[in-house]
Design a protein around this ligand. Sequence first.
Ligand code: ADP
Ligand code: MG
Length: 325
Amino acid sequence: DRTVREIAAGEVVERPASVVKELVENALDAGAGRVAVAVENGGIDGIRVRDDGAGMSPDQLPKAVAKHATSKLGDIGDLDSGVATLGFRGEALHTVGAVAELTVRSRPPEADAGAELTVDHGDDGGVEPAGCPVGTTVEVRDLFGETPARRKFLKTPATEFDRINAVVSAYALANPDVAVSLEHDGREVFASNGDGNLRSAVLAVYGREVTESMVDVDREGDAGVSVSGLVSHPETTRAGREYLTTFVNDRWVRDGDLRGAVVDAYGGQLAPDRYPFAALFVEVPAGAVDVNVHPRKTEVRFDDDAGVVGAVRSAVREALLDHGL
Ligand code: ADP
Ligand code: MG
């Protein structure tokens, strides 16, 4: 039923960037060393995510796109125990298949051939043999093509692409040991080398000038809060806040309080409406943070909001002071 599908879709898949996020998380969950994202027209016309991870056997493919199918949730206790994998709801592929033309092509390392499955706006086309490299390639076309109410909410391709860029950038920064690349309309936007170095990932994503201006943050704070990463020189800023990237327990998080704490640390040195670049990792005890506030999982709630915010502010402040800034 279309209404049910549309409502369900809104939980996970709101726009091209949310599709990209789910597919990249799946690739990382599959242990990929390389994740290549290519999109067309801001992702509206096409999204392709290719990885070299564990892959799926032909009989796993239908399960991957089935409703509430996940291979990741051992028992419900996992939900409380700090969530080891990024995805655990088993909804993403099913939902994308319901609102787009989805093709999943996959080959596990031990198999000598691959297989593919296409789901066309909810119609499952069955599994076919396919030639493909080891790993998984997921292609999404005609997103919301049969759900005009949702399609109508998409912004311009440029805006949709900005959001995709923010998502893929965040995952590249959070996973310096994975080579992550992004291509838009056939042009490479960035490619990290996966050498395990945060500065290398930052260089790929933010460019040389920004990276050279960045100072190291590294502080084991009070109450179990640790803050590490890189923040830019007060004069190396951007009008938008989307490159002030923050992670909590390695999960990408967009939180106004955390961003505010970073901005505060500059003590009025930033020009009005300018934001520093950052790739900042906050570690808090697993029980002190609730990551399941929203199905799209980029929001968190801390037990001790003020404590975390204070720790982030002091850590960044200390790093800037150390560099005479
Ligand atoms: P979830 O990630 O919450 O389990 P998804 O709908 O995103 O749910 O994926 C369903 C299942 O499909 C996963 O649990 C996994 O077994 C399989 N899968 C999806 N993407 C990949 C991938 N890139 N590589 C290997 N397996 C995958
Ligand atoms: Mg998933």
